[in-house]
Design a protein around this ligand. Structure first.
Ligand SMILES: *Cc1c(COP(=O)(O)O)cnc(C)c1O
Ligand code: SF4
Length: 355
């Protein structure tokens, strides 16, 4: 707690000339994101000798850091867990024989463009490729090679028609990118269209807004989403320091509008690959009524290898929680099988041997 409030003070100093109203306005936050090499170099004092390499890096993979997220970090510490998640790192360009662009072969399981249908009862619609902040560990970073895109109305209609034609689909996951980057009228129209399909019972939105731009979760947005319940929100907190007052308020607003909030973390080297940090994260999530749902083992995605943790370490961190901390805090530690085989649990239940 101490540490966190220190961080906030450090951040507020950097933005001390900004009025509270501006700071709390998501439009102001989006307008003032770090998106250019010059801005990045200014904020992080990158060495001149790396200029060309960084140019290549940000031409290969998008970059965006919100002022809010910047305010959480110690900018000049290259091991800072918030800095690691969003500041481009030259290791992203390192060649690797193990990593590929699309290990899950998502691009091959799309019956219509940008809609992945891998499991019988649910499908996943990638409605945009844009995000408020680009996580360096993103497993869809292959899609960043193209300019930011929002699926057109026709594209969304094509998805809706497919969903309508498959009666086994009872849940639609709206993902991206970050769907809350969409124009809200367009988002509402899509929710309404999907909701009108008889066999669709559940909607789910995957968004990292509560973590990287919590001011985006406004009363108006919650009131809009509330109309399409049951609608579940899945977000991505990876570190206990991300659970700030603002993030907690964003989750609380969603919950107050009857929108359950779950969390999917990614197990990331140098960020949450220790028992102590993971425990703080899980306890912190429970404190704000967010259910830890999954902990993802990293996929062999090109450009993310420097974050990878081996399964043994992951198991050592997670297995020890069984029987020791509240079951409400424990996510399933899972791996999405390369080749598109689906998610499988990785945890070994300690007492399973005797059964
Ligand atoms: C992860 C995923 C889902 C959702 O799976 P749950 O286990 O229900 O969270 C659906 N479709 C695809 C393609 C996925 O990768
Ligand atoms: S918010 Fe999600 S889709 Fe966007 S960069 Fe982060 S992990 Fe990737």
């Amino acid at each position: 707690m101490e540490k966190q409030s220190f961080r906030r003070r450090a951040g507020e100093k950097l933005f001390s000339h900004i009025s509270r109203d501006e700071w709390n306005d998501w439009r102001w936050q989006l307008r003032h994101r770090i998106r250019t090499l010059d801005h990045l170099r200014e904020m992080f004092e990158l060495p001149e000798s790396d200029r060309e390499a960084f140019q290549e890096l940000i031409e290969t993979y998008h970059m965006s850091v919100t002022p809010y997220y910047l305010s959480l970090m110690n900018r000049f510490d290259v091991t800072d867990p918030f800095r690691l998640q969003c500041v481009p790192d030259l290791r992203e360009l390192q060649a690797s024989s193990r990593c590929v662009d699309d290990p899950l072969q998502e691009e091959r399981t799309m019956p219509v463009p940008d809609l992945i249908h891998r499991y019988p009862d649910r499908c996943l619609a990638m409605v945009t490729s844009a995000c408020a902040l680009y996580c360096r560990h993103c497993n869809r970073k292959r899609r960043w090679r193209n300019p930011e895109k929002f699926v057109s109305r026709d594209g969304l209609l094509r998805m809706a028609r497919y969903i309508e034609s498959r009666e086994t689909i009872r849940e639609v996951i709206i993902s991206g990118g970050d769907p809350l980057m969409m124009n809200l009228n367009r988002l509402e129209w899509f929710l309404e269209t999907i909701r009108a399909i008889d066999h669709v019972e559940i909607l789910r939105i995957g968004t990292r807004m509560p973590v990287v731009l919590p001011m985006k979760i406004t009363g108006d947005l919650c009131a809009l989403l509330k109309k399409y319940r049951p609608l579940w929100i899945v977000t991505q907190f990876n570190h206990p320091g991300e659970i700030t007052t603002e993030a907690a308020r964003a989750c609380e607003m969603l919950l107050e509008h009857g929108l359950p909030v779950c969390n999917q973390s990614v197990l990331l080297r140098g960020i949450n690959d220790s028992h102590a940090v993971m425990k703080d994260l899980l306890y912190g999530l429970q404190r704000i009524s967010v259910k830890p749902y999954y902990l993802f083992h990293c996929e062999p995605v090109r450009g993310t290898e420097h974050f990878h943790v081996d399964v043994e370490t992951g198991r050592r961190i997670m297995d020890d929680f069984w029987g020791n901390i509240s079951g409400l805090c424990i996510p399933r530690y899972v791996y999405d099988l390369p080749g598109g085989g689906g998610k499988v649990p990785l945890e070994a239940c300690p007492s399973k041997k005797g059964l």
